[in-house]
Write a protein that binds this ligand. Sequence first.
Ligand SMILES: N[C@@H](CCC(=O)N[C@@H](CS)C(=O)NCC(=O)O)C(=O)O
Length: 269
Amino acid sequence: MALDQQEEGSERVLYGFWISPYMALVAHILKESNLAFRYERVSPYVGGTHTDRHKARNPLGKIPSLEDSNGLIVSESQAICRYISRTYPEARKFYPCDDPVHCADVDAMNDFITFSISGPFFNWFVVGAYFPKAFGVKAEQESRVFSTWSMMMIGEALGRMVSGSKMTPFLLGSDPYLPDFHLFHVLELGKTFSKIFEMPLLNLVEGNEALQKFYEAMSSRPSTKEIIEAQEGEYPITKRELFEEFGKAYEERLKPGKAVLQAMFGHEV
Ligand SMILES: N[C@@H](CCC(=O)N[C@@H](CS)C(=O)NCC(=O)O)C(=O)O
């Protein structure tokens, strides 16, 4: 029996929460490949990633994790998407792992985005938005400085990506691949967080014509509409958890870091 035909009693489960661009990426690839899954909400904002239950799925304490219908559990969004493509032929159009030459281009673009855009973007919103606005760390000025550097570095990387890609309207031409979905979810989170945290600069699409065209092309796909609808449906709970529970859930974890910040900045944080 092919793995995509769910065996009786087994199901494919995606653990995480919708605001996560990493979980949204995996959900997007699954939907585009017609691979059914059940969503089970695990929210880092209330400490859900550090429970024994989730650590048994992913000892690194991160979402997303995918439990496939064969019982295998995979974590890290990129690893999950590559696993899906290697396992299910219908996902291979997004990650052509059976064609090393074509796949090299896809990998190169995806690795560039991971290293120069999405990784730095993660650090930007954690330091620039979570620390002052969700954790209540009194280092607004320092967070602003970090945000400025991040904006510069990411802006420069986006410029290289746009000029070094086809952008017709997708990165490698007229069809989207894994890096397109990856990029889309970074841009989508930037738009969402720019509103939630009232930080307009987090919206990376604003003022960039090529990215706007790319964003519109991705948004018009039926699967994207479903993902965005699911994300919007969770905004109320996401915002409540973000501003009322996240700080409490991470209090103990933040203590050593706060002591370092205090020593470094020379003032109470
Ligand atoms: N590189 C990982 C990033 C996953 C990630 O950072 N997930 C966040 C939520 S968006 C998380 O689980 N945070 C909880 C924590 O780090 O404690 C991936 O691509 O899956």
